[in-house]
Design a protein around this ligand. Sequence first.
Ligand code: NAD
Ligand code: DAU
Length: 369
Amino acid sequence: MTLSIKKFLVTGGAGFIGGNFVAKVLSEEIGKVLVLDKLTYAGHRATLRSWEGSPAYRFVQGDIGDRQLVQQLFQEFQPNYIVNFAAESHVDRSIESADDFVETNIVGTYVLVDEALSYWQGLSGDEARSFRFHHISTDEVYGSLGATGYFTEQTPYAPNSPYSASKAASDHLVRAYHRTHQLPATISNCSNNYGSYQFPEKLIPLALLNALEDKPVPVYGDGLNIRDWLYVEDHCEAILQVLAHGQPGETYNVGGRCEMTNLDLLHTLFQCLKDQADLIREHTDYCIDVDYASLINFVPDRPGHDRRYAIDTGKIQRELGWTPRENLRTGLAKTVTWYVTHLDWCREVLKDNYDRRRLGSAKRTVSDP
Ligand code: NAD
Ligand code: DAU
């Protein structure tokens, strides 16, 4: 990808996708990075440890909804790009309580985009022309598909979970700031990411760790829900392409072109674990003679569970020349290798934080607080 050295203000950079994005920008010497992250249960300095001490990298712990802090950081750092990954990202947690989702995803994004507008209005010449505010969104805003068809950039929004509803609201705010105030903003809506540094509450890392530890792997409902799996490094490359060549005001859908039922995904993951038995033996004390498939444990379905997601990637492919490099087998093999060799990271981020229990399993009743 081609971007001259730029300054990236990355919100949510201590999380899964943000952390991978920061690593790409710094390791490929594409630019300088300032991370703004609240360090919620999902954000960890450990994800960014290799960059500490690098002159191209700075970390600030704080909230995207803290207007004064955001304003101060914009003025100090003078970013060319603001990339907003910061969010509450887990559907199951949004079923338990949507408070933080509304606060961060809606109110926080509002504050960030509003301050970005003031900052951009203070720029001039090339700085103003090349400035971009890029907002990371999700395919979940489009709702659920039937057996056929794909989400395109024209698909009407129909979010089904409190999480996706909060992301939809944030997308509308960003879009409105472009239409009303001409803020040079872009949005990308991507499918399910997987890869290194994903917090072990999402299906792939949770199932991977449970399988290694010979524990049940919870499968919601009949396990036939379909997701389109996108390797996180492919996603990060797509974001860089949008920043460099995307048109302000436009939305780009990003998908892995790897549609699969959850059950088929798990069987593919188990095969990758079998293929890497030597690595598991070398790096861990876990038993490798496990019949992983027997660990599958059907549990009650997620309330409001979307049945199928699938992305039409035609626009980003045609207009920006982006296509995913990894298929599910190659991406999962890399992911398994990473987790098996980074179990210390898993222990560190889970400690006193999350015990891998089922979240969001029941509809709330009137007696719930
Ligand atoms: P994540 O949960 O791993 O990381 C989110 C990060 O945001 C954490 O580091 C957290 O500390 C930080 N954060 C939360 N609230 C904040 C606040 N108020 N101020 C500053 N920082 C805050 O999430 P992720 O999976 O990396 O997702 C990143 C973005 O991509 C999110 O906007 C999410 O909606 C979107 N997305 C994720 C996926 C996926 O499969 N993971 C797919 C589509 C879209
Ligand atoms: O599609 C993009 C979205 O993908 C992002 O916007 C979200 O931030 C991200 O979390 C992800 O949402 P999902 O709900 O699809 O991901 P999750 O890993 O939670 O679940 C994937 C599928 O697996 C889904 O059909 C629910 C199911 N599942 C999940 C868990 C955690 C299980 O069957 N068992 C589980 O234990």
